[in-house]
Design a binder for this molecule. Structure first.
Ligand SMILES: Cc1ncc(COP(=O)(O)O)c(C=O)c1O
Length: 487
């Protein structure tokens, strides 16, 4: 048992740091630089260590327990990624260094681009965008630039399925384009008839379509070829939301399925840390016709300065680039981790990732679906969506089930998304979890279903064993207070 967290630990005269001896002559700081009124806490080293260790224990993380947050791919982040990205030659780089001095970093970026090209089936990749949503914005701006380049300025519509992640319509709107929503059919695919009608009605104005495949129901769209063909026939382009690439690695390539541009979430599929708004990376892959519009710069081999085996890597701007979407070159630390992960697994290992991710999701679904109804009940990919609601316990909701899972030591799944499933619980086990963990999680869910019938207040009042109980989550997200103020 740890002591309750007390923030006010300061006591005059205590100090946790010892400064090294001066190796330059002492001199006075210029007037005005010293703030006498800065209320820095004065604490001992032990106070400091306990404070931060205690804080870290109040947090939940992949390294602490099972984290089946659907659509987020909270897989284990191998520690070798951290070792590699902390090598001094990577960690101490400065973005203003000359290309001659950073050839190792450019090598990593170049080959990461090459690996992502191969994995996605694309002609070129830019590593610039800093997140999935940022990759979406980049891709849609590229699609729009392509249409303008063809003299098709009247094209201002993007089709988005009703199962899409909220960032898809948000991206469209941010790009100054109109969203037309396409419903799903009874098997969880894009409704082909509705898509046909939308293409007929808006064909002249079509910039393209955004499609997540597998979609946010965890289902592979059975008509993906027909969809991409239809959109292309009407002069549109296909944007692939690659958040769910974990299900496809080494098995299917979006470029081969007809997608023109796609973002990868390095912080999901390629095992780099995420959560809490930490640094992500959303590189974008493009087909031949969109490659020239990629954000600048990308890393290429310099034909002039390359001599035999002596390859010189350089930054290049694609000829019709939409420009920069990020300062400097993107999140290099994240790239170094993803590069390590890909090299560590190799092609066969990446394919096994997808196979086990899909196997784990289907296993878990089969264990709970008699109790938690699965509205689109077919073989799933890397995740599935069930309903957190029971007809014989109508006052219990998905949120109550999720909060109760915390008492069992699990992070809740994604709640209430996708919007087309009432009381949605979106569960993504990932490939890195063992059968024992999946069984413990399934057992907890089944036990919670019994509790819902026997003692629903146990769920309504959950969590009982967490540092905080139920929060106003909207206020917590919108009015973040990240700094403690002394009273
Ligand atoms: C399907 C889907 N698309 C896009 C995104 C946005 O990705 P990011 O959070 O990296 O911006 C997410 C994130 O959860 C997602 O699940």
């Amino acid at each position: 048992m740890t002591e309750p967290l007390i923030f006010e630990l300061s006591s005059p005269g205590r100090c946790a740091a010892v400064l090294p001896a001066l190796d330059v002559p002492a001199s006075e700081l210029p007037a005005g630089l010293v703030r006498e009124d800065l209320p820095l806490p004065e604490v001992s080293e032990l106070d400091l260590v306990r404070h931060y260790t205690h804080l870290s224990q109040m947090n939940y993380a992949v390294d602490v327990g099972y984290y089946p947050l659907g659509s987020c791919t909270m897989k284990y982040n191998p520690k070798i990624n951290e070792d590699l990205c902390r090598l001094p030659g990577f960690a101490r780089l400065h973005p203003y260094q000359d290309e001659e001095l950073v050839q190792g970093a450019l090598f990593v970026m170049y080959f990461l681009q090459e690996f992502l090209k191969e994995i996605g089936g694309f002609a070129a990749v830019s590593l610039q965008p800093a997140a999935g949503a940022h990759g979406e914005l980049t891709g849609v701006l590229m699609m729009r630039a392509y249409q303008l380049d063809r003299g098709e300025a009247q094209r201002n519509v993007i089709l988005v399925p009703d199962s899409a992640h909220g960032t898809n319509p948000a991206t469209t709107t941010m790009s100054g384009l109109d969203v037309i929503e396409i419903p799903s059919d009874e098997r969880g695919n894009v409704d082909l008839r509705a898509l046909g009608t939308a293409c007929q009605e808006h064909g002249e104005r079509l910039v393209g379509m955004m499609l997540t495949n597998p979609n946010t129901l965890g289902l592979f769209d059975e008509h993906v070829q027909e969809i991409t063909d239809l959109v292309h026939e009407h002069g549109g382009l296909m944007y692939g939301d690659g958040a769910n690439m974990n299900a496809l690695l080494g098995i299917a390539r979006p470029g081969d399925l007809g997608f023109d541009v796609l973002h990868y979430n390095l912080h999901k599929t390629f095992s780099t840390p995420h959560g809490g708004g930490g640094p992500g990376s959303g590189p974008v892959g493009a087909s031949e016709r969109l490659a020239d519009f990629l954000p600048a710069p990308i890393v290429t081999r310099d034909p002039v300065r390359t001599d035999g085996d002596e390859v010189f890597y350089t930054f290049t701007d694609p000829p019709k680039s939409i420009g920069r979407v990020k300062s400097f070159y993107g999140q290099f630390g994240v790239m170094a981790r993803a590069y390590t992960y890909i090299r560590m697994l190799g092609a066969a290992g990446l394919r096994r990732v997808a196979e086990y991710a899909v196997l784990n999701a289907n296993y878990l679904m089969s264990r709970i679906k008699e109790t938690y109804p699965v509205p689109y009940d077919r073989v799933c990919m890397h995740e599935f969506v069930c309903e957190g609601h029971f007809s014989d316990a109508p006052d219990v909701h998905a949120l109550d089930i999720s909060k109760r899972l915390i008492d069992y030591g699990f992070h809740p799944p994604t709640n209430y998304f996708p919007l087309i499933v009432p009381e949605a619980l979106m569960i993504e086990p990932t490939e890195t979890e063992s059968k024992e963990t999946l069984d413990r999680f399934a057992d907890a869910l089944l036990r919670i279903a019994e509790e819902a019938r026997d003692d629903s207040d146990l769920l309504h009042e959950a969590p009982h064993r967490a540092p905080v109980r139920r929060l106003d989550e909207v206020q917590a997200a919108k009015e973040l207070i990240l700094r403690w103020e002394p009273s």
